[in-house]
Design a protein around this ligand. Structure first.
Ligand code: ADP
Length: 360
């Protein structure tokens, strides 16, 4: 086992005007499950592939433990990679697929068999060892791909969207399986996904990336509760955080006639154009007399225990979309005008131009 350290690691693809990853600094602890998440094309795979040795590092360094692996060939890095297309050999049995890399590394047959049987047991694949991949479900094939990584007993697992070929139900199940397996094995893992729910449910920590640059590296809860900028605020959470443009004058933020409750830190810093962020579940219904932000309801999504109300509020003549989580008993209907408010601790204030967080 070992930590992984990126030190200003850069990937600049030949022929491109700018580097895809200008220089990433990231420390992943020994045994940690780190998820790299961000929109498609932001450089997640490139970062992972630099670690795996599948992409050249044009500047900076990468360490596994205290070994500088920046220029080592992939086979000497002690890494096992799991891809989204499992790339199993169709003509080989499950056992042979799992043993293949060991065979290439000239591990003796007896040792190979032992490791494959152990991995198969962990993954619940024992009864399938003699089968060919085509006789397996998608989820089982994914487990064989995991098995191939496990038998190598590497210092680091690199996983690139390993669940994206599975159907929705299988994805949820396999997500839990991989997280548990990783925690049982305690192997340092770097996992790439564009799916923020996957990132939040699997990672010990999550690194949010945009245009090749890390925005925030934090625990799932901190990302949710204290996003450092507008991008992270909008990217993490489903349904999305409400982000509404507002005006700040003398420490007071207003959306139309509604005075937004903000904490003292935000009150001291904000001036001019700000964006107010409130999670759908952080709104509270109030009566018209109590004030609050008036919202005209356009859609009500009933989910049983609770529901989501979609509506618009008026920001200086321009309608802005708002989502409010309500209880099923609140009986909100399409066409209603509801009033909502919240508390200073639930309001995220951002500078609209820089995107920086201004609240605590
Ligand atoms: P992600 O994994 O976040 O979807 P990638 O790391 O795969 O993103 O790619 C990020 C960007 O890097 C792409 O949008 C593309 O512009 C560029 N890129 C990736 N691979 C190559 C390549 N082989 N040659 C040139 N540019 C590439």
């Amino acid at each position: 086992m070992a930590s992984v350290t990126f030190e200003k690691a850069q990937r600049w693809y030949p022929g491109n005007d700018t580097p895809t990853v200008p220089g990433i600094d990231l420390e992943i602890g020994d045994g940690e499950f780190m998820v790299l998440v961000g929109p498609s094309g932001c450089g997640k795979s490139t970062t992972l592939r630099m670690l795996a040795g599948l992409e050249e590092v044009n500047d900076g360094k990468i360490f596994i433990g205290d070994r500088d692996i920046t220029n080592l060939p992939p086979k000497d890095r002690d890494i096992a990679m799991v891809f989204q297309n499992y790339a199993l050999y169709p003509h080989m049995t499950v056992a042979d697929n799992m043993a293949f890399a060991l065979k290439m590394a000239k591990v003796p047959a007896e040792e190979r068999q032992k490791r494959v049987e152990e991995a198969a047991k962990i993954l619940g694949l024992t009864e399938f060892l003699a089968r060919k991949p085509k006789a397996l479900s998608g989820g089982q094939r994914q487990r064989v791909a995991m098995g191939r990584a496990i038998v190598r007993n590497p210092q680091v697992f690199c996983m690139d969207e390993p669940l994206s070929n599975l159907d929705a139900k299988m994805r949820v199940q396999t997500r839990t399986d991989i997280a548990k397996l990783q925690s049982d094995l305690g192997v340092t893992t770097v996992y790439v996904t564009h799916d923020q729910v996957e990132a939040m449910t699997m990672g010990d920590r999550v690194a949010v990336m945009k245009l090749g640059i890390l925005q925030q590296v934090d625990t799932p809860l901190n990302l949710y509760d204290k996003p450092v900028n507008l991008f992270v605020a909008g990217f993490i959470g489903s349904p999305q955080m409400n982000l509404i443009e507002a005006k700040a004058v003398d420490g007071k933020a207003t959306i139309g006639g509604y005075v937004v409750p903000v904490d003292a830190t935000a009150a001291a810093k904000m001036q001019g154009n700000i964006t107010v962020g409130v999670r759908p579940e952080a709104w509270r219904l109030v009566t018209a007399e109590e004030g609050g932000l008036p919202i005209t309801v356009t859609v009500v999504e009933e989910l049983g225990a609770d529901g989501f109300v979609y509506g618009t509020c008026d920001v200086e003549g321009t309608p802005s979309n708002v989502i409010v989580r309500v209880s099923a008993r609140d009986a909100v209907r399409k066409g209603d005008v509801i009033h909502v408010t919240t508390d200073p601790t639930s309001v995220h204030v951002f500078d609209t131009e820089s995107g920086d967080r201004l609240s605590d």
